[in-house]
Design a protein around this ligand. Structure first.
Ligand code: 13P
Ligand code: 13P
Ligand code: MG
Ligand code: MG
Length: 368
């Protein structure tokens, strides 16, 4: 029913890849569906959709328990554990990869899975997009989120829709120091860009409409925030965006992905590559474990029911973007182990550099 408070929870984890880190085994998806169906029967969930992007298992759930509900988080956690068992039986690659802790303690944040959750009053018509990416990190959303909610050359609504004209607040996480700051666009546009233009350190967590605080978007950054100061790898991210009637139109949200910008995370989590928007069936990064992929699932919410999804990047109007992404992927690949294809040392998921430097340390001579 319109007007009722609803929570959208998107929780994801890599619990095993098929083959290598490239894709998803159908038995993991069917196991997750089976468990979420039981939770729906018990009325813990209003509705759900299970899908995958690359080797990441994505649980899209609606309920009325609010964000950070321990029951919903426990359900997601138990589902990932059960799917890990399936992955182990099948010998899938990296079974339980994102299950970093042994015990659940009320919340999946910090245990490995990525979470994007928002609670809002369902509007008369509630279009919601869920973006899911593989072989990258939450910083990958900075550029498209900025375009959607702050760039009038992308989002005409910022100029011509009176209810958007007041702009949007960006909550930005400083992942190195585990701090966050709210910045307002358009007033602090240059400050926003000064931070989010450095996406390895500053990541947009959420976006709210300034006029009334209405939530527009929320991204998964929790795992990274909790491990701030210590680098344990990339976290293939998810993002939920509400659309229309005072928020970006669906087309404005999608247009933000028409430029295949460079993101970190492909091949061993250690290289820059272009983010390629693809259809569900093409969300399997294979060449050099990439290029990084993003899919977009469109839903209409109706009394908490997820009507959909529509495979929004399954559209020839993104062919040019994909072609460009392939050209850029090829160009970046030609650099091999050289930066800026390879990430700078502090961003590498793993590196031999300390060992190499240790081995060579006595052979370094004072420069003449
Ligand atoms: P709404 O104002 O209803 O969101 O419509 C915007 C629009 O025309 C989309 O292109
Ligand atoms: P995932 O993070 O998707 O498991 O990929 C790991 C990797 O390094 C692939 O090259
Ligand atoms: Mg993997
Ligand atoms: Mg992955």
């Amino acid at each position: 029913m319109a007007g009722q408070k609803i929570t959208l929870s998107v929780v994801k984890a890599d619990v095993g890849g098929y083959v290598g880190h490239s894709g998803m085994h159908p038995q993991l998806v069917s196991k997750a569906k089976e468990l979420l169906e039981i939770a729906k029967d018990k009325q813990l969930l209003k509705d759900f959709h299970v899908t995958s992007c690359g080797d990441d298992l994505e649980l899209i759930m609606t309920h009325d328990r609010g964000t950070e509900s321990s029951d919903v988080h426990k359900l997601a956690w138990d589902t990932f554990l059960a799917c890990t068992e399936v992955a182990k039986k099948l010998g899938l690659y990296g079974a339980g990869q994102d299950i970093l802790k042994d015990a659940f303690s009320g919340n999946v944040k910090g245990l490995g899975p990525g979470v994007a959750e928002m609670e809002f009053k369902e509007r008369k018509s509630e279009p919601v997009l869920v973006f899911m990416a593989d072989k990258t990190s939450p910083g990958a959303w900075n550029l498209p989120l900025f375009k959607m909610f702050a760039d009038p050359f992308n989002t005409a609504g910022l100029i011509i829709d009176p209810s958007m004209h007041g702009g949007f607040d960006f909550l930005v996480l400083d992942v190195k120091n585990s701090r966050e700051i709210k910045l307002s666009a358009p007033d602090e546009l240059y400050d926003v860009l000064a931070l989010v233009g450095s996406p390895a350190r500053y990541m947009i967590k959420s976006v709210n409409r300034r006029a009334d605080g209405e939530i527009g978007a929320v991204a998964s950054t929790q795992k990274l925030s909790l491990i701030a100061g210590r680098y344990v790898g990339k976290d293939d991210p998810v993002l939920a965006v509400r659309c229309q009637s005072g928020l970006p139109a669906v087309g404005e949200a999608l247009e933000a992905f028409s430029f295949p910008h460079l993101v970190e995370g492909w091949m061993r989590g250690s290289h820059y590559g272009p983010l390629m928007p693809v259809s569900f069936k093409n969300a399997t990064p294979r060449r050099f474990d990439g290029p990084p992929r993003v899919i977009a699932a469109g839903f209409q919410l109706s009394g908490g029911k997820l009507v959909g999804p529509v495979d929004l990047f399954d559209d020839p109007s993104f062919d040019f973007t994909r072609q460009k992404a392939n050209e850029i992927a090829d160009y970046m690949r030609r650099h091999g182990p050289f930066e800026p294809h390879r990430l700078p040392p502090e961003e590498m998921e793993y590196t031999t550099l300390p060992e190499v430097l240790g081995k060579l340390k006595d052979r370094f001579k004072k420069a003449t």
